[in-house]
Ligand binder design. Structure first.
Ligand code: NAD
Length: 497
């Protein structure tokens, strides 16, 4: 069930402890108990990892892309083979229910397999030259050393979204996972090791954002940052990257709206909204944390939704019947409770949930009742801030135009959704909502590997997944080949004697 191999960092093909010998505890969010010790890396460890990645760069990029893709393919297939074991570590480390963990780990395997295939489709272009006897083409080259920094909420899939395309395109990587998910993140590194990846190509340093993350972004050996996390952290990293003109992909926070039109199948919409709001205990960048309903159906929808929310099974993710697990930490739990209080004091009404559990099983863990607010307004704190917990707010609007206006009244722009059968509403949402993704008759969650994933406004820029990855992880070089061996009309001519 638990990782049997002691948890270490991975630098230059070796599993090592921190150079300082310091460690921190990995805590099971369902019990509040320590289950593993993790090396607490520092600047020196980051330097060793970056140096190893730089040293491995030349030989890795010289391997044909198809062969690099084969390493990534083997890693993806290994994730599939070990899916159950890895999913159980995911549950232990971040608390998500096992059924969800299986899907998440499955998605990590799919991402690796998808990007391995792309290695044989690394197309570029030939431009018809403006001059005769001249050939102009564009070749792709890896960016160099990529720092991949991930959060803890979907550690397997988000890790693989960065690692697989970065490696396949010929970059070497220093991976810095969240301290809250270091144990499951190490499983990704293990599959690449088993896949036979040469030493130094992938390195992992564990430790806090302030120390390891900061040392990584400030290390001049890094050529690109792939960051997934909070908007505030992303902004700070972007400020460090800017004077270096360093490439970056920023996958940041969200405050995603799910619109329910009056013509929607309300039962279906409620079930979808339930999953969108409460899967991963609401700790998804794409979580539906604002549900905007047309007034004609608002009461009926709210009743249905709140009823279903209060029936969700909440408990340890290792139980097959559990729908919602704990949040990641005690501080995240306290944060959620503060938001619930703020919602109440601003006049929203708790229709379901609204607190923690006192029974023996759930008291020690970091559980929060799936909480539904009714009578919410978009200017309330619960509708403005990303809560990252199982808390969602229902708001009522008079029509779809107002719904879109409310959906857009946020600093975020990651995901969005609309439930409707009216084609006019569908296109109004597609055209009108300022977000990286709009789902029609699906909740705000559930991306597909072949399509770009990412956001607008404070939700970041750049896209993961899909063909876009090729653009992000490669530099284009334009090559002009003159095969006339002759002079061109604009030359100075022979030097005058
Ligand atoms: P976070 O920003 O606190 O941490 C993310 C990562 O950045 C961690 O590995 C952390 O250690 C590191 N970090 C922190 N400070 C750093 C610094 N100064 N320099 C370098 N690295 C640093 O985010 P979190 O709490 O782990 O994750 C939750 C957030 O992630 C939410 O805002 C959520 O919306 C967002 N998220 C976004 C996406 C997306 O694809 N858009 C996906 C998942 C999560």
């Amino acid at each position: 069930m638990e990782s049997k191999i002691p948890m270490k960092m991975y630098i230059d093909g070796q599993w090592v402890g921190s150079s300082s010998g310091r460690e921190f505890a990995a805590i099971d969010p369902a019990t509040g108990e320590e289950f593993e010790r993790v090396p607490k890396g520092n600047e020196e460890d980051v330097k060793a990892a970056v140096d190893a990645a730089i040293a491995a760069q030349r030989s890795w990029r010289n391997i044909p892309a198809s062969q690099r893709g084969d390493y990534v393919l083997r890693a993806g297939l290994l994730v599939r083979e070990q899916l159950e074991a890895i999913a159980r570590i995911d549950v232990k480390n971040v608390g998500k229910p096992i059924r969800e963990a299986r899907r998440e780990v499955g998605a990590a395997a799919t991402a690796a397999i998808y990007f391995s295939g792309m290695a044989r489709r690394m197309y570029s272009n030939v431009v018809d030259s403006e001059q005769p006897e001249k050939f102009t083409m564009v070749v792709r080259r890896p960016v160099g050393v990529v720092g991949v920094i991930t959060p803890w909420n979907d550690p397997a899939s988000l890790g693989m979204w960065g690692l697989a395309p970065a490696l396949m395109t010929g970059n070497t990587v220093v991976f810095k996972p969240s301290s809250n998910s270091a144990v499951i993140s190490a499983e990704l590194v293990r599959v690449f090791e088993k896949a036979g990846l040469p030493k130094g190509v992938l390195n992992m340093v564990t430790g806090g954002g302030g120390e390891v993350g900061e040392a990584l972004i400030k290390n001049g050996g890094i050529n690109m940052t792939v960051f997934t996390g909070e908007s505030a952290t992303g902004r700070h990293i972007a400020e460090v990257n800017a004077p270096l003109f360093r490439r970056q992909v920023m996958e940041l926070g969200g405050k995603n709206a799910l619109i329910v039109a009056k013509d929607a199948e309300l039962e279906v919409a409620a079930r979808a909204a339930l999953y969108a709001a409460f899967s991963s205990a609401g700790q998804k960048c794409t979580a539906a944390s604002r549900i905007i309903v047309e007034e004609q159906v608002a009461d009926k929808f709210s009743r249905l939704f709140a009823e279903q929310a209060s029936k969700l099974v909440v408990g340890s993710g290792l139980r097959e019947d559990v729908d919602v697990g704990p949040v990641i930490s005690r501080s995240q739990q306290e944060n959620a409770l503060d938001y619930i209080k703020a919602g109440e004091s601003e006049g929203a009404v708790v229709l379901a949930g609204g607190g923690t559990y006192e029974d023996e099983e759930r008291r020690k863990g970091f559980f929060v009742k799936p909480t539904v607010f009714g009578s919410a307004r978009n200017d309330m704190k619960i509708a403005r801030d990303e809560i990252f917990a199982p808390v969602t707010a229902i708001m009522t609007v008079s029509d779809i135009d107002e719904a879109i206006e409310v959906a857009n009244d946020t600093r975020y722009g990651l995901s969005s959704a609309i439930y409707t059968k009216d084609i006019k509403n569908v296109f109004k949402a597609i055209d009108g909502i300022d977000a990286g993704m709009t789902f029609v008759n699906q909740g705000t969650v559930g991306p597909e590997v072949g399509a770009p994933f990412g956001g607008a406004k404070d939700s970041g820029f750049g896209r993961e997944l899909g063909e876009e990855a090729l653009e992000h992880f490669t530099e284009k070089k334009t090559v002009f080949i003159d095969y006339s061996y002759g002079d061109r009309p604009w030359y100075f001519g022979l030097p005058r004697g």
